[in-house]
Design a protein around this ligand. Sequence first.
Ligand SMILES: [Zn+2]
Length: 499
Amino acid sequence: MSATSETQRMEKIVSLCKRRGFIFQSSEIYGGLNGVWDYGPLGVELKRNLKNYWWRVVVHERDDVVGMDGSILTHPAVLRASGHVEGFSDLLVDCRTCKSRWRADQVVGKKGARQCPRCGSKDLTEPREFNLMLETHIGSIDPRSTSTYAESAASLTSVAVPSDPSVGGPIRATRSENQPSDVMHPAGEQIALVYLRPETAQSIFVQFKNILEVSRKKLPFGIAQIGKAFRNEINPRNFTFRSREFEQMELEYFCRPVQGMELLQYWKEERLKFYENIGIPRSKLHVLNVPDMERAFYSKGTYDIEYDFPFGRQELEGVAYRTDYDLSQHQKASGKSLEYFDEETKQRFVPHVVEPSAGVDRTVLALICEAYSEDQAADEKGKMETRVVLRFHPRIAPVKCGIFPLLKNNPQLVARAKEIVDLLRPHMTVFYDESGAIGRRYRRQDEVGTPFGVTVDFETLGEKNAALRDTVTLRERDSMKQERVKISDLLQILLTRIA
Ligand SMILES: [Zn+2]
């Protein structure tokens, strides 16, 4: 498809997401907060279905993985040891002409010349390091002393504050290695700099010893986590793809050094299967074997799993063999042993780790992009019209079944339809709709990706043919085919199809 039609396709997707309640701009009524998004009633169901399915296959269906849920607020020592305080940065470039700000890799124009993507100016600053971590402070802060506080906070970030001519040079923070950097608040209470975690992985490494002890797992085994992470992206873009607040699904799979490369291949294949099982075909996924030069120095192998978004091929997940880098760093910095004792060989060593790390929001976006389609369907009078349909895999669809009485002013039809709602609701998400022509009700559910529709009609009441009493029509979204099924079989049929 051409670039223009792909741009139009993306615009339609963004518009549908807002119109039908999948994704909204955060703080929209105040003009929006850049790079931050809220999920509406249907978006949250889709996201939960994705996370639940990941948790099911990565944790519940395996003997060798346990879960955890770590805190977002993170001790600075953790992120110093992991290398984030020093090195978690992007190169930043400012355009002097239009004052826009870019990641250095975004300003490479034609023939390699650096050029502002917005105004075309070549008057750009030299690239400089910009740390992507978001900071906050714990301890009560007295709003009456904001100026004093701001000064303390500035010194804590260890960024030079503007020179004070009376002092004669930039003021720099001093802080001890393993304590949260704290200052005495004027009121006498300590306030301390902490970070909003840039990835969920570090809390897994830091809790490795505790979890090893309580779970009594033997290598190889994994610890899984789903949760929020934060990156102060220089230039959030492509809808929810590059956001400042996002959710990750991460597994740290610990092993013996000799198993690392083999497990890297194993997890790459497992993860590809996962995407196929939620409705992203293998043909739209690409595995990038990250070359030596671009890999983190400690990684012995990394695969990026990429998806063809309308805005280009982009990473959904990284599967990385991180060796013993993280645990060794934390062992060194904390002074606590993070070794594993092998009872068979009587050896002690720091385990290696393979990490499949997936983005929840990116995958949700990929699911919506993949599902979006338009086709032709007949309206009430048999005239063909364009139908917008989200072809979600039934497993992840936000609503599983629409339930419709043929007429809303017939108490018997309405009563039977509501009985079916009560029958299905304990087992799946359902949506009851009695308003408008039946064709319009189907369309509304097609547009949000509901895979099945049940219609209660006069046949259900047995008025024309006693043999059809207590049956309903079951309509399938993609084929629009309808079949007549017994109400008593309905739950089992649907459970099989949405499993
Ligand atoms: Zn510019």
